[in-house]
Design a protein around this ligand. Sequence first.
Ligand SMILES: [Zn+2]
Length: 113
Amino acid sequence: MRHYLDEETADLPEAIPERVLSLAVFFGAIVAWVTDHLPQGDSLTNVPCRRSPGRRRCRGEIVAELDRTSGHIVWHCPLCGDNGLIHGWEDTPWDRQHHPGAAPTSTSPATTH
Ligand SMILES: [Zn+2]
């Protein structure tokens, strides 16, 4: 989901269309929940479904978990069946994983291999 981010600031661009922004917030909330609950995981998120089938807003709450073999976050709505997967979420602003070895207060950029 890095394509939502501005390349220079690595944050959401200011001129992002509202429809795209709401999708980014939706996926971002799922990523934040899943990474925040690692490593055990808590698949029942607090993220409300974004769909409105038949013009009535779906009242489902998204179920999501990290697929450790693919590295994708897979999600679905138990009510309407909407589903998908999120990849490229690592190191986005929503990635709340605690990187082992990194000091919690450190502000220095993380190194990648
Ligand atoms: Zn739904």
